[in-house]
Design a protein around this ligand. Structure first.
Ligand code: 2AM
Ligand code: CA
Length: 267
């Protein structure tokens, strides 16, 4: 069983409340696809509603904490030591297409350090939570990163830069290197869930670049507390600032990071 702090109880309650709205709206997506009336706007509304619920619930539970949110941006709190980092709907494209792979992501930062993370997929009812020093859990069962040490046996997840991004050639170079070395590559479309799956040992490793802090903050805590290792593309600790991330067990994530570095260099 997971023992968790009152702050985590606040996070879990907020996520479950926001999830009820998301699930209702997800059920509506299919109906909307037959009308041509922009399901994209509908999804944006669902996203904003979920963020509002999270903001209200977390503010009620922990008055004064600051916020960094995908929709609302930075909101300074009276309490300068605490900040929530929130993505109310990670995997927006999946949501829009009726693919049940999306999540609410909530992280708590204390004095600039990530101390708690929650990633919740309302459709599968999988609640991934972790607090610094307490381990990582999936629906109250302890989870650990996978133990595979060889790239040749590893299933590795990634994210493909979306339409209009300038880093497509770089990504193709990375993918070219990785797919030649690993057992399989997967692409789910939710960075928060990718990291949660690494924490649960489903994916052996994961990398992606150009992400926002709210995509990965909670997942970073999950992977670390599951005994894994997280770095940016240069093996450093500046994932939130650079938006690049490599995760897995310590050995495999280092091997993957070393391999990816070759993507920038001539063969
Ligand atoms: P989102 O679903 O909240 O937008 C997929 O590779 C990851 O990239 C997701 O976590 C996704 O988060 C994130 N991402 C950030 N900006 C994006 C965009 N404009 N289009 C698609 N995915 C984006
Ligand atoms: Ca996101």
């Amino acid at each position: 069983m997971s023992r968790h702090t009152p702050s985590m109880s606040v996070m879990v309650a907020a996520a479950r409340k926001a999830a009820r709205g998301l699930q209702r709206d997800f059920g509506e997506v299919e109906n909307l696809q037959v009308s041509l009336k922009g399901p994209a706007n509908f999804v944006t509304a669902a996203d904003k509603k979920a963020e509002k619920v999270l903001f209200e619930e977390l503010s009620k539970g922990r008055p004064g904490y600051g916020f960094l949110m995908e929709e609302g941006g930075e909101i300074e709190g009276a309490d300068k030591t605490h900040r929530w980092i929130i993505d109310p709907l990670d995997g927006t494209t999946n949501f829009l297409h009726g693919i049940p792979v999306f999540a609410i992501s909530i992280a708590l930062e204390r004095d600039g350090q990530l101390v708690a993370g929650l990633v919740y997929n309302p459709v599968t009812d999988e609640m991934f939570i972790a607090e610094k020093g307490q381990g990582a859990f999936l629906n109250d069962r302890r989870i650990r990163v996978a133990a595979r040490r060889e790239l040749g046996q590893a299933v590795v997840a990634t994210g493909i830069p979306h339409l209009g991004r300038p880093e497509h050639p770089k990504f193709m170079a990375e993918l070219g290197l990785v797919m030649n070395e690993v057992a399989g590559v997967r692409r789910m479309g939710s960075a928060a869930l990718d990291l949660a799956y690494v924490a649960a040992g489903r994916f052996d490793a994961y990398w992606e670049t150009n992400l926002a802090a709210w995509d990965i903050a909670a997942g970073i805590v999950l992977v670390r507390e599951a005994g894994g290792f997280v770095s940016d593309m240069n093996g450093r600790d500046t994932m939130l600032a650079t938006g690049g991330i490599v995760a897995g067990n310590e050995i495999l994530s280092r091997k993957l990071g070393d391999l990816l570095k070759k993507a920038g260099k001539p063969a």
